[in-house]
Design a protein around this ligand. Structure first.
Ligand code: NI
Length: 226
């Protein structure tokens, strides 16, 4: 699980909220899988709205420029983000995300390797509404600052606890990674982070930095779907 801080600036968040405020919310159950829908109780913005599409494109273009997101996710295909809201008493019970998603009107199939939540509400403005992600050993509660993103393996059981005050707005999406295996992807991320920090110290001309960087790219050659 990787948290990526400050994906959006305060100005970008304000612009997004002013667009969201022009839209009407609908029942969130229009987009879940069968198991997920039985425990889903939230609202979302209609996925065919022009404003929602514009916000999706904007956020995806911001993420495409974010080196930590690219390094952590190594995205191949991204399912268009959805914007959802949990008011008081609303929740999304324990579920697993569908393995395959078909973006509406495309016929394309996206295998969900990673799930992402981009927090849009200030965490002090609501109570509850924590994203709980189960890994092998424990359950991690996640409630990040507005503008921060969490990436977690789509294989994890997860839930959003009931909101008890205020409202929680977020953008969620799934992606198929070039690297299907979570362990391989994590090793590549760690290696890339180390190459970045060694480059900052020694410069990328340094022979060992170049060699490590070569290993990173060669591992991607070995493992990546394209
Ligand atoms: Ni989910």
């Amino acid at each position: 699980m990787i948290a990526i801080p400050n994906v959006l600036s305060a100005q970008q968040l304000a612009a997004i909220h002013s667009k969201i405020n022009q839209e009407q919310w609908v029942d969130g159950r229009t987009t879940g899988g069968q198991q997920a829908n039985s425990v889903k109780n939230n609202q979302q913005l209609p996925t065919d709205s022009a404003i929602v599409r514009e916000l999706e494109d904007f956020v995806l273009s911001v993420l495409a420029q974010n080196p930590v997101f690219i390094s952590a996710a190594l995205p191949l295909k991204i399912f268009p983000p959805m914007i959802n809201r949990y008011g008081i008493g609303e929740t999304y019970g324990v579920h697993v995300d569908n393995a395959i998603r078909v973006p509406p009107g495309t016929g394309a199939r996206i295998r969900t390797d990673l799930s992402a939540t981009l927090f849009l509400s200030d965490p002090d403005s609501y109570d509850g509404g924590e994203l709980m992600v189960e890994d092998h050993f424990s359950t991690q509660p996640v409630k990040l600052a507005a503008g921060d993103l969490i990436l977690y393996p789509s294989t994890s059981l997860h839930q959003v606890t009931p909101v008890t005050k205020g409202e929680r707005i977020s953008m969620v999406f799934w992606l198929q990674s070039m690297i299907r295996d979570n362990e391989q992807r994590k090793m590549l991320f760690d290696l890339d982070q180390s190459v970045q920090s060694l480059t900052a110290i020694h410069g990328h001309e340094a022979k060992d930095v170049m060699r490590l960087s070569g290993i990173y790219h060669n591992l991607i050659r070995e493992w990546a779907d394209t």
